[in-house]
Design a protein around this ligand. Structure first.
Ligand SMILES: CC(C)(COP(=O)(O)OP(=O)(O)OC[C@H]1O[C@@H](n2cnc3c(N)ncnc32)[C@H](O)[C@@H]1OP(=O)(O)O)[C@@H](O)C(=O)NCCC(=O)NCCS
Length: 176
């Protein structure tokens, strides 16, 4: 079982016993409005159980981790691999419960996951597409060494609102 540790956090596989904490932290429109529609709002027990079942049953090396303070899951971070000629690229996704925002936790988690993506998943590039109304996330990526590569105009529709996506990426050579 892979466990990543940072200054403040443990990133570990999801467990069935995380379901209550997951509902507490995930059931928040401020989180959902910055993620894909597959992250629902409201976020109920069936959603939490379904996510934990999915995320904990991936083949090794598992790309999905619970972000934990102590043993409490307070958020999530994961890497979705592209395929075909883009298969050495991973797309990073993450969120934290709002009670824990503003302490540098997301940056710690992104730094740890980026190393994991390069070293354990064999990726050559990692990227994230940030909705243009989300400056906290672009700041996280910049602090973690990601570079702004451009704007994908009108690339997202969320809750009926059309918006741009800001593409941030890091390649292995950037970190050496
Ligand atoms: C984005 C998110 C993960 C950030 O988590 P966090 O632990 O608070 O992030 P950090 O503390 O590591 O860093 C946040 C940075 O954004 C800055 N920030 C926060 N709100 C901001 C705003 N409205 N405008 C500009 N900067 C902002 C903070 O000041 C901090 O930068 P600093 O260290 O230079 O002061 C969290 O807000 C979240 O889960 N949001 C909802 C889901 C989401 O957006 N996921 C990412 C999708 S791409």
């Amino acid at each position: 079982m892979t466990v990543l540790t940072t200054h403040s956090l443990t990133l570990r596989p999801w467990r069935a016993s995380d379901v209550d904490a997951l509902i507490v932290h995930a059931d928040d429109r401020r989180i959902a409005q910055n993620l894909r529609d597959r992250f629902p709002h409201p976020y109920g027990r069936a959603d939490a159980e379904s996510w934990i079942e999915f995320a904990s049953s991936r083949p090794s090396p598992n790309p999905y981790f619970a972000i934990c303070v102590g043993d409490e899951a307070i958020g999530s971070i994961g890497i979705d691999a592209f395929d075909d000629v883009h298969r050495r690229t991973g797309e990073l996704g993450y969120w934290l419960g709002a009670a824990h925002w503003g302490r540098g936790y997301a940056t710690e988690a992104v730094v740890a996951m980026t190393s994991y993506g390069f070293d354990q998943l064999g990726l050559a590039r990692m990227q994230a597409g940030v909705f243009a109304w989300n400056p906290a996330s672009t700041r996280v990526l910049a602090k973690a060494g990601y570079q702004f590569e451009g704007t994908l105009r009108s690339h997202v529709v969320k809750d009926g609102r059309l918006g741009d996506v800001l593409l941030y990426a890091v390649i292995r050579a950037d970190l050496t």
